[in-house]
Design a protein around this ligand. Sequence first.
Ligand SMILES: [Zn+2]
Length: 305
Amino acid sequence: MFSRILRLTALLSLSALLSHTAPVAAQPADTAPLPIIATIPVIADFVAEVGGDNVKVTSLVGAEADVHDFEPTPQTVRSLKSARLIVANGLGLESWLPRLLDAGHYQGAVVEATSGLTPLTLEEDGTLQADPHAWHDVSNARHYVTTIRDALKAADPAHAASYDANAAAYDAKLVDLDRWVKSRFDAIPKDRRAAITTHDAFQYFAKAYGLTLLAPLGLSSDEQPSAKNLKALIRQIRQNHITALFFEHQIDPRLMRQIAEETGTKVGPELYGDGLSAAGGEAATYLQMIRLNADRLATAMKVNP
Ligand SMILES: [Zn+2]
């Protein structure tokens, strides 16, 4: 009798100890974080902000990789198996996604974060195309976050209140960021708000904040400009008295150096067009990335006569 009580006490204290040291192991399976796949790091960042501890998000395109020439690997295909939700950008950014979903026999939900947004269009090879880089306008980022919040609530209604609260808190940060970027450029005379970027990732940013940003490459970063387009760009640089030129992260800088040499423009630091820097880097989050781009552009526009 006595030894049974002792054994029971030992068992109880052991389970108390376990529940203290290993709370994760003690959790039932249905509270495990929801596995989500985002196509690009910016969207993964939004999902992480809204999802918090209730989701586990991975980005298909890595932090330093280029979404325009993304090549899914067998491992990418396998990674779809465990996903409960895929969040894409849409507007033609992920042309490889339908084939990937087929290859992975993915049956779960797919949400396009730009769904419901009216895109800007650009001429590409003589035809009008939607410009997919909508997240560079911070007011559009707020739309992404709303879409993601609703998708998470649909996929995991048990944590709806948490997704609502996280989305509202992050939205307040986006409103602040938008105001800050506007004030940064408002301080610069209109005729000085011009620069050259590498590919056309920044049209939304330019429109939202009243800038003229010209680019030698089209919507996709993997095409080379024709000699004719390059000549036209150099003419525009001279006509607009543009003095600042920016490399984009992930893009071969030789072309930009050539343009800088021909036009006598100053080469500024890198901008982040499609990607983010790796965790711990200078632009590892959306908020950091927009601040950095705005700061670099505004500084160059101010400094250059
Ligand atoms: Zn791009």
